[in-house]
Unconditional design. Structure first.
Length: 442
């Protein structure tokens, strides 16, 4: 029986991600903004000045691994605590252990994965022990700590934001898996760089997901003598996505987002939906696409259909609430709406024209009549003199000048006649005629 247990406990039976878990900061991939040379978290770890902290970031970016490295580096007792399976009784028992260890001069790091799952009472149970230094609390969460962690506990913890890993970081992890004895260093595996890039892109910044995909790919690879061959065809069969060769920060990324934007501008919903699908199925962040659609709503539709902006913002919120794959239909809704909406670039043109004048006339004074006059001195200097409060006048409009004197009469917003913008054009022209007539009379 003991032999069977030792066999199943052998590291080779563990998932690839577990076997390759980094043991030192030098092996740790990503988070250079926190762990690069001279960065704040690295200094705290190297100087053994760790205090209670929260790691906030998406899955698979190394929150648990970093906590274990910290415990190892600082020679502290490390207690791994699950917010899913532990209650207040378990918390108190752990705190007693920590208090006992403290009497012997040993630090205790309590790592709580998914700390956002603890309710208020459970989180409060940690508070006195964090305050008196019995424990160093390291919590990991995928949720915004501001909303999910009690203010009293959060105020005693430093929050570090861990970012999704870059494609090159993940490719480095995959290359290490192919050569490390704990990975596939003891067997021959042939895999092209394009396939590694595809796995890295598919993982969407999640190292654990990337290693799991690599593990499945090797297990299902073809054999060429004693060599396991993993190619694009093998990978496509595993993940059923042929559009993986899509670099989210490379030329193809910009080519495809350009194709989406120009298809919507050209009122081609079929092409727009196709390019949308190409991006989403390749692992593109849906919030990135939603942000581009929001920009399009004002840049290319604008006042021709102001509801376009509402639809775009609603789609962004839907993507934020439910994520992929469910939010794909909301983005499709927005993209088709933009494609079929009447088009006008009058808002963008107006801003760029005004921006050019603003940059050239930064010193142009604000007309006295529309200056703010909160003090007596300012009033004595005629700030606000001659201001006409529009709501006190018939039609809620006056002929008062609001542009600097050097720019009076300049036009920036030139509405089109597309969609409902034609109505705004008629109203604007009527306003301009009325103001001109009033100014002639005065």
């Amino acid at each position: 029986m003991e032999e069977q247990l030792s066999l199943f406990d052998n590291d080779i039976q563990q998932p690839l991600a577990s076997r390759l878990r980094p043991q030192t900061l030098d092996d740790y991939a990503g988070q250079k903004h926190l762990l690069g040379p001279g960065r704040v978290l690295r200094r705290l770890i190297e100087n053994d000045q760790i205090a209670s902290m929260i790691f906030w970031g998406p899955p698979g970016v190394g929150k648990t691994t970093l906590a274990r490295i910290i415990a190892s580096h600082t020679r502290s007792q490390f207690i791994d605590f699950s917010a899913v399976t532990s209650g207040i009784r378990e918390i108190r028992n752990v705190m007693k252990q920590a208090d006992a260890a403290r009497q012997y001069g040993m630090k205790t790091i309590v790592f709580v994965d998914e700390i956002h799952r603890f309710n208020k009472a459970q989180q409060d149970a940690f508070l006195p022990f964090v305050e008196k230094g019995s424990i160093i609390l390291i919590g990991a969460t995928t949720e915004n700590p501001s909303f999910e962690i009690n203010g009293a506990l959060l105020s005693r913890c430093k929050v570090f934001v861990l970012r999704p890993l870059e494609t090159e970081d993940i490719k480095g992890i995959l290359r290490r898996a192919l050569t490390d004895p704990n990975g596939y260093g003891g067997q021959k595996v042939r895999i092209d760089d394009d396939v590694l890039t595809a796995i890295a892109a598919f993982s969407n910044g999640d190292a654990r997901a990337a290693l799991s995909t690599l593990e499945m790919a090797v297990l299902n690879g073809d054999f060429d003598g004693s060599t396991t061959v993993v190619d694009t065809k093998t990978l496509e069969q595993l993940i059923s996505r042929k559009s993986l060769l899509y670099d989210k920060k490379g030329e193809e990324h910009y080519n495809i987002i350009s194709a989406l934007h120009k298809s919507m501008r050209n009122s081609d919903p079929d092409a727009a939906v196709y390019w949308l699908a190409r991006m989403l199925e390749a692992g593109e962040d849906p919030l990135y696409v939603a942000r581009r659609v929001i920009r399009f709503a004002s840049e290319d539709v604008g006042m021709a259909d102001s509801r376009a902006l509402q639809v775009a913002v609603a789609a962004y919120q839907a993507c934020h609430f439910i994520g992929m794959p469910e939010c794909s239909v909301h983005l499709t809704h927005a993209v088709v709406y933009m494609s079929l909406a009447p088009k006008s670039n009058a808002l963008e043109t107006a801003y760029f024209a005004a921006r050019d004048d603003a940059m050239e006339s930064m010193a142009e004074p604000v007309p006295l009549q529309i200056r703010n006059a909160p003090t007596r001195l300012m009033k004595d200097l005629d700030y606000g003199k001659g201001y006409q409060y529009a709501h006190d006048y018939e039609g809620h409009i006056t002929a008062m000048h609001c542009l600097p004197e050097a720019l009076q009469g300049k036009r920036y917003y030139l509405p089109s006649e597309q969609g409902v913008e034609g109505k705004y054009k008629e109203r604007l022209e009527a306003i301009l005629r009325w103001k001109e007539a009033k100014r002639r009379q005065s």
